[in-house]
Design a protein around this ligand. Sequence first.
Ligand SMILES: NC(=O)c1ccc[n+]([C@@H]2O[C@H](COP(=O)([O-])OP(=O)(O)OC[C@H]3O[C@@H](n4cnc5c(N)ncnc54)[C@H](OP(=O)(O)O)[C@@H]3O)[C@@H](O)[C@H]2O)c1
Length: 251
Amino acid sequence: MSEVKVALVTGAASGIGRASAIALAAAGFTIAVNYRSKKAEAMTLLEELAGDGHQAFCADVADANDAGKLVSDVLEVYQRLDVLVNAAGQFTPQDIKNGNYREWQDAWQHSLQLNLMAPVNLAFLAAKPMKEQGSGKIINITSRGAFRGEPTAPAYGAAKSGLNSATQSLALALGEHGICVYAIAPGWTETPAASPRIRKQGWDDVAAQSPLGRIGRPSEIGNLVAFLAGSETDYLTGAIIDANGASYLRN
Ligand SMILES: NC(=O)c1ccc[n+]([C@@H]2O[C@H](COP(=O)([O-])OP(=O)(O)OC[C@H]3O[C@@H](n4cnc5c(N)ncnc54)[C@H](OP(=O)(O)O)[C@@H]3O)[C@@H](O)[C@H]2O)c1
């Protein structure tokens, strides 16, 4: 069995997942780069990552079968899995006042499947090899919206809230096997998905939500992921870490 630790990062071709892969590779991990549609970006990332042995794995993590194949493919290549970073996610807008019922249901279905079911399915699948190894770390990317409500995307807020709760439950369930589970709840972070929405709301207004007067950087979340994946952070298991420039405290 290889001594180099392996981290599977979902949604790694862009944004927070990409920044997490970069920070973990810099910290010495071998990265299983999961992507869904962004093959070119995933291949570019492989070339940019420090160290070697990184590979890209195409999978739609919202599909339970695909998620199962993803974890078994990673195990087949590396024979181990030390860190799972659940970064894949999507904000799906909803309109309870003017939207139609079909769209309402579809958005709930999609949002819960991607933002809650995918991470917990992957946690289930990753827990088995981690248990056999006697150690492992699962890091879930949730959202500030889990605490504040998301009036224009209630399913997203509920899914992220559910994932915060699942993080706590899984930390309790898996701790005896040396598996630690954390959540990071970012606020606005400059990523390909969020930047157009930030511009729509007004960049300066969004930046002003934080006393730092700016929007979060993907590398700030990526570095936090790498910190949690490292040694000496086990006692933080079950923690939900706010990473939103104190914007949460101002509202
Ligand atoms: N940026 C923010 O302000 C912010 C704030 C709070 C929380 N977050 C959370 O942070 C995480 C990353 O978001 P981001 O802003 O970095 O967005 P992003 O740049 O769009 O990255 C998300 C990645 O997830 C992938 N993805 C989406 N659905 C997938 C699926 N079914 N299977 C596999 N990959 C999938 C996307 O690839 P494809 O397009 O190919 O599907 C994309 O590469 C999300 O969980 C998000 O909810 C972000």
